[in-house]
Write a new protein. Structure first.
Ligand SMILES: *[C@@H]1O[C@H](CO)[C@@H](O)[C@H](O)[C@H]1NC(C)=O
Ligand SMILES: *[C@@H]1O[C@H](CO)[C@@H](O)[C@H](O)[C@H]1NC(C)=O
Ligand SMILES: *[C@@H]1O[C@H](CO)[C@@H](O)[C@H](O)[C@H]1NC(C)=O
Ligand SMILES: *[C@@H]1O[C@H](CO)[C@@H](O)[C@H](O)[C@H]1NC(C)=O
Length: 515
């Protein structure tokens, strides 16, 4: 057995690095290779100590995005209007200089004008706001942007106050009953509670203020013992929590009745992501490893015989994330087929499209957690027959974990962009209207799993498996922060060098105190 081990070591460039971490005896390792528990991959990446080093480069996309469907869609017009590219039909584009002149005469900026101006100041400079010794899985702003919540594999949830653009940790919650890692978190709409999920039969609910040991367990009573909720979200009234599970079911927990409200069989495989279409909480979206995104209507849904009102088909591999635009009509999905697709729920796929997606997914014989992307997935031409998506965005890579993508906020950008994490350690920002990458934020050393754009400020926070939480803002050549606030006050913040040294000093002091 051990000679087999040495043969494998000498012939294969790299043995999967986690083997080393667990210091397996060579005998047990050989056994595991035989029974298929250990995956050996050939890789040409350097011999760094990263367990999952970032893929060095995102894919190079040579073909132009095809916007023919998008251009005919209403989202194109709606986005142009919202972000000031088309203020009103009579007027042509005005230059920013003349917009400022006009404002000086007292009429102020419209939202569209603000969005047009801020589109020239997209975040491009990094500042690390936290660093953990384990992979960070989730990082998101609360709805009002006053808090930031992170979750990492060290089983801690950390809450930060983000007033004045600084990240001040005010609460560290030790998560209960965590199998492998905390997988998803959500703020209640009133901002008073957070909920998290893991490989566990329960969700846990904790107050944002007050005793962090006061955690309420919300049992979902699944049938399988090996159970996890990959994705969860509050209804807009905060009463219900919707979750997507590894058993293919959707779960809804009712906080007032303190029990599961329903459980419906949604997918053939893991449900990786769930969402509410809009703030009425009646229309649900779900998607997962079967590659299909399903739309459900609560008003006609039967627990015993559940049927979606429609299916969105066209991805060729599992879907990792859904982000609804919030208008009840458009949504984007991120997929292991290395694309983001934009959908209109008024254009459902037919049986044929659904079958083609199922076939394409069944034909995928690679594991996105450890392997490279097969080349065929990058070929832009191979759109599935029956694909009803209105646009496909390519240029990021979805590997290793359930990478998330979002629409940019409406208040500052008119939802003009889609931004996503990337396995190459980048944040990629696409223009919804052209499909082109408008900004690439380079700085992480590991896969970026989560991204969150401040609802009212021009700032993106990225959360990565390298353990770092990075805040991105615009910085011109001067090196000053341009921190635009809602009320247009032209406050200039002091140079960053000062703030950073202060923060590092404070961190050192904290570390010293902790040790
Ligand atoms: C773009 O997509 C449309 C509709 O899907 C198709 O008819 C057209 O041929 C495509 N254009 C290019 C250049 O591939
Ligand atoms: C208005 O601005 C957009 C985006 O910068 C540009 O593509 C378009 O050509 C402009 N239109 C006019 C009439 O100047
Ligand atoms: C729901 O969204 C609509 C349109 O986006 C908005 O007019 C309405 O005020 C929202 N309602 C609630 C309860 O947030
Ligand atoms: C950010 O972008 C601006 C203009 O696009 C550029 O002048 C500036 O140098 C960039 N800042 C960084 C840190 O790359």
């Amino acid at each position: 057995m051990c000679s087999l081990y040495s043969v494998i070591r000498s012939t294969i460039t790299l043995l999967f690095l986690y083997i080393r971490r667990f210091y397996l005896s060579s005998r047990r390792l050989c056994l595991m290779i035989f029974i298929g528990q250990v995956h050996i991959i050939a890789s040409d990446h350097d011999d760094s100590d990263e367990e999952y080093a970032a893929n060095a480069q995102p894919p190079k996309i040579t073909s132009l995005p095809n916007t023919s469907r998008l251009d005919k869609s209403e989202i194109s017009l709606a986005t142009k209007q919202a972000c000031g590219l088309r203020e009103d039909s009579g007027k042509k584009n005005v230059s920013i200089a003349s917009m400022i002149q006009k404002r000086a005469l007292g009429s102020g900026f419209s939202i569209g004008e603000k969005c047009r101006i801020s589109s020239n100041f997209l975040p491009n400079k990094s500042r690390q706001v936290a660093k953990y010794n384990s992979k960070a899985f989730c990082g998101s702003y609360s709805k009002d942007g006053r808090f930031f919540l992170t979750a990492s594999q060290d089983k801690f949830l950390r809450l930060y106050h983000t007033d004045d653009g600084e990240f001040v940790e005010f609460k560290k919650i030790s998560a209960r009953d965590v199998g492998w890692s905390i997988l998803d978190t959500a703020f209640s709409p009133d901002g008073n509670y957070i909920v998290y999920s893991s490989w566990s039969e329960c969700l846990y609910l904790c107050p944002v203020y007050g005793d962090s040991n006061a955690q309420e367990s919300l049992s979902l009573c699944p049938e399988d013992r090996r159970f996890c909720i990959f994705s969860l979200v509050f209804s807009s009234d905060g009463r219900e929590i919707l979750g997507g599970a590894n058993d293919g079911f959707l779960y809804v927990y009712d906080r007032e009745c303190h029990q599961r409200a329903f459980r419906i069989e949604g997918h053939d495989d893991d449900v990786n992501t769930v969402a509410f279409a809009d703030n009425t909480s009646q229309i649900l979206y779900s998607a997962g490893d079967d590659g299909l995104c399903k739309v459900w209507d609560r008003r006609t849904l039967s627990e015993t015989d559940p049927h979606p009102v429609g299916v969105l088909a066209g991805h060729m591999d599992g879907i990792t994330y859904i982000d609804p635009r919030g208008d009840g009509r458009y949504l984007v999905t991120n997929s292991k087929d290395q694309t983001i697709k934009l959908w209109d729920v008024r254009a459902f796929s037919d049986q044929n499209g659904e079958q083609n997606t199922r076939k394409a997914v069944a034909n995928q014989n690679w594991d996105y957690r450890w392997q490279r992307v097969p080349r065929r997935l990058y070929k832009a031409k191979n759109m599935l027959e029956g694909d009803t998506s209105i646009m496909t965005y390519r240029g990021h890579s979805v590997l290793q974990t359930l990478i998330r993508c979002h629409f940019s906020p409406s208040a500052t950008t008119g939802q003009r962009y889609i931004y996503t994490g990337c396995a190459s350690g980048r944040v990629i920002i696409y223009d919804v209207l052209t499909g082109q990458i408008v900004n690439t934020l380079v700085g992480h050393k590991g896969c970026v799993r989560d991204v969150s754009w401040h609802p009212f400020h021009q700032e993106i926070v990225s959360t990565s498996w390298d353990g770092a939480i990075i805040s991105w803002r615009y910085s011109g050549k001067t090196g000053l922060y341009h921190y635009e606030s809602e009320d247009e006050s032209d406050t200039e913040t002091p140079p960053r060098t000062l703030r950073r040294s202060q923060r590092i000093a404070a961190q050192r002091a904290k570390h010293a105190a902790a040790c």
